[in-house]
Ligand binder design. Structure first.
Ligand code: CA2
Length: 149
């Protein structure tokens, strides 16, 4: 199995560390990418790390991952709660999918309680702050290494 994973980030996550630190913390997306890469190296995983504010770009990366990757860690941002198109793209991907949210979406507004992506995800992380990404990488390594699929 490939040891490549995609880490995808949806709309507004480029603002991480620049606004609303009381919800999302003080770390930037650059800090998150550094942490993700540090853990990935420990487990011998290669990482493609992306962020986009455009739904189609996230979908194109999921399609690209179909050809090459063992897993996708995705924080779809607000598309989590709206995008059947991202769900459809993930349903066409055969590897592992982990959904990662920085905040505890279940403690927030009710419109954040439903996730289309959770219908496909093999696991869901929420409320662990940006540390959740590195934890997802660990989990992804375990899933790939034990090939539960
Ligand atoms: O908790 C999460 O990770 C979310 O996916 C973040 C999304 C939100 O719509 C989801 O319900 C939960 C929002 C991402 C916006 O990120 C910002 C970061 C800093 C400043 C402003 C926005």
């Amino acid at each position: 199995m490939s040891r490549l994973i995609y880490v995808l980030n949806g709309p507004n996550l480029n603002l991480l560390g620049k606004r609303q630190p009381e919800i999302y913390g003080a770390d930037t997306l650059v800090d998150v990418e550094r942490d993700v890469r540090a853990v990935a190296v420990e487990f011998g995983l290669d990482v493609r790390f992306h962020q986009s504010n455009r739904e189609y770009e996230l979908i194109d990366w999921i399609h690209e991952a179909r050809e090459t990757a063992a897993g996708i860690i995705i924080n779809p941002g607000a598309f989590t709660h709206t995008s059947v198109a991202i769900l459809d793209a993930l349903n066409a991907f055969d590897g592992f999918v982990l959904e990662c949210h920085i905040s505890n979406v279940h403690k927030r507004e009710s419109f954040r309680h439903h996730s289309y992506v959770s219908l496909r995800a093999d696991g869901v992380m929420a409320g662990f702050g940006v540390q959740g990404y590195a934890l997802c990488v660990r989990r992804m390594a375990h899933l790939i290494d034990t090939k539960k699929k």
